[in-house]
Each structure stands twice: as structure tokens, then as C-alpha cells.
Design a protein around this ligand. Sequence first.
Ligand SMILES: *Cc1c(COP(=O)(O)O)cnc(C)c1O
Length: 420
Amino acid sequence: MPNFKRSDDVFLEAAKQFPTPFHLYDEQEIRNRARALKRAFSWCRDFREYFAVKALPNPAILRIMKEEGCGLDCSSATELTLAAACGFSGDEVILSANAMPPEEFRQARELGAWINLDDLSDIELLRTHGGIPECVCLRFNPGGSFSIGNTIMGNPGEAKYGFTEQQLREGLRTLKTLGVRRFGLHAFLSSNTTDASYFPELSRLLLTLGKSLEKEEGLNFAFVDLSGGIGIPYRPEEPETDIQAVGEGVRRAYEEICPEGQVGVKTELGRWMTGPCGWLVTRAVHEKKIYRDYIGVDACAANLMRPAMYGAYHHITVCGKRDWPADHLYDVTGCLCENNDKFAINRELPEIVPGDLLVIHDTGAHGHAMGYNYNGRLRSAEILYTAEGTYRMIRRAERPEDYFATLDVDPAAEALGLKI
Ligand SMILES: *Cc1c(COP(=O)(O)O)cnc(C)c1O
């Protein structure tokens, strides 16, 4: 089930100090999860989590990750800049390539980051933009579908990422002529899975492949990067991923395939690290009864896109009414002129009246970060609930002048009198 560890008082107090809507993040819980992950992989001499910046790109959060010994996984120039500003460099950073401007290779190389290549053509781009390092990571796409037992975990054959096995061999040969001595293997084959056997199965696949490539291509197999994809229970009836079991499962595969223990293990978890540590706190501002009952809140899809974009479920609780019977059926909506701007559809909830404070759970990853400005709606503030139990604003809400700022190139726009 979602993370219900914080009482309603935590949200009510936050809403006294800051206007809604806002995302609230729980520092202690983020630290707890970072530590639990580290414990689960403590058997490995060379393990590190590289938090996926895209999940929650706030410097206050990234600095917590740094204090917990994590690195960062970046995929853009801006994310690299953020990483550098927060004091990450060298082997604390991975750049995951993905059809991005080649200049970003140069920026990553200047930072000393690991480079994870996505395609054969990236080799020439890296050579001419920053140069080829002595150790390179390659992203593998096995094609087809990825199954564990009878369950299809993902469909890599339809995914835009990675090298085929044939291309891995060709790529490693080219890289060898360019001075590469060691390589890593990366794959991301399943998203938001709470199945504890995903990482063990993935590591079995990558370790076996890496070992054979090592022998055949005469290069040193340095590490596997299991990437992200470990899920969280968004629904009350869903189980939490047993992260200790994930670590133990990887250990068993590892000890079988790499008994000499020379290969490092990296992860790039985003959702699992911070998803359950964030909530979108919003107030009911409107009630409407037509063919269904609607509760309008002061947040909208611009603050949390997942329900509108993927039909994703996010649990909702009403402050002060957690123990009330869920005997009303509501659509909980935002204010965008778009009918998919709904945080919940036909959801059983306690009776809600305007003024009630609603908590939308599990928004700590891919929440605020996916925000956008459709309809001229502005992104909310981000508040950190600190380990000491205080509240700190770590990003203010956008203001209209932020929205207009990019018009500064047009003197005609400025002449309209918009505050830019
Ligand atoms: C998005 C992403 C992640 C994080 O994924 P989660 O599902 O949040 O764990 C990790 N690595 C790469 C390369 C990604 O694109």
C-alpha cells in the first residue's frame, strides 16, 4: 500500500504555512530508502545507486542523495549542470545517451562522468565530442518480450533504446580500436515492477552476456547497470517491493556467474527512491453534481501529469476523514480545459466539501518534474518536510512572469506591458 506513515497533522500544518497546491517531500523517508537499498546490496564490493535525476530534479533532494552516498543518472545538459552544481563529478555521474545533442557528450566527459551509449552511431559522436574514455557502458536491448516465468515484464522489441546483441559485439570491437579497455552493460526492460525477481533476472541476463563478451572481445567486463524500473505500490492492495529480497536475488545470480567478484553493480532507481516520499497537497475548491459528482481541486494535471497521461492511479486521502466511510463516488478534477484532467475517476471517497484538504499520494517521483504550463497554468511550489520536523520551501511556485519570460526576445511582446 502507499506510504501512510505521516499523519494528517503533517499535511494540515504544511498547508497552514504555505498556500496550496504544493508537493511535500519527506526527507527522513528518502534517507531511509537510500539506506535500505545500500544495505540490500552491501554484499557487493562495488555497488552504487545513481538516482535518476529526472524523477525529482530539485537540488535540495539531490544533495540529500549525495549525503547518502548516491551518484546521479543524467540524460540532458541541464541535468548535468544540476549535478555539477550539487557537487557531483567523476564516477558519481552517469550520462544515459538517448538521441540527444552530441555536445552533451562533451559536457559529460568534462565532468568525468560514465558514458552509457545507446546506439552504434553514438561511438563516432562521442569520439568527436569529448573523446572516448578507457571504460564505456553500452545499453542492451534484447528485443522480443522480457518474461519472468509466464509473466511478460516488458516489450523491449518495441522500445527505442539500446544496442542489439550483434551491435554490442560490433560496437565493442570499434571501441577497442579507439582505446577502450573495459566496458559496462546496461538494460532497462521493465517499468514500475514490484516483482522482486526483476533485478535478479536482469542481472543474470547482463552478467552472462558480459562474461561472454569479455572472453570473445578481449575487453574487461567492469560493471552491470541494472538501471531503474523497481516499482512502488500506488494502490492500497498492492505489495511493497521487498528491496532486501531484490538485493539477495541479485547476489545469488552474481555469485553463480561472477564468483571472483570483480564486476561492479550500479542501479539508477528513480521511482523507488522518492515516489512514496512525496504528496501533492491540494484543496477542494468546488463541488458539482451533473451526471456524476465532481470535486474540483486547486491543483491540476500541470502539477501531476501521470493520471492524465497514463491513466495512472494515485491514492487520495482527505485530511481529518481517513476513518470516515468511503461512501461517496467522485471524479476529482483540476481546472484545465481538458476532460482528462482528473486525479481520480469514479473513486470511492468520504464526503468532501469545499475547503477540505486532499492529499494525493506517491508524487515524489515523476510528479512535479513532469509538470507543464498548458492553459497558462503554473507549476506549484515544492516543500521539504525536514528530518527535524520543520518545513522548508525548496522551490517556489511559478509566477506569471516565469511563464512570460521566454517572450523577452520580442520587443512587441514587451511593449504589451507584460511583466517579464
Ligand atoms: C527514467 C530512467 C530511470 C529511472 O526509472 P524509474 O522507473 O524511475 O526507476 C533510470 N535510468 C534511466 C536511463 C531512465 O531513463
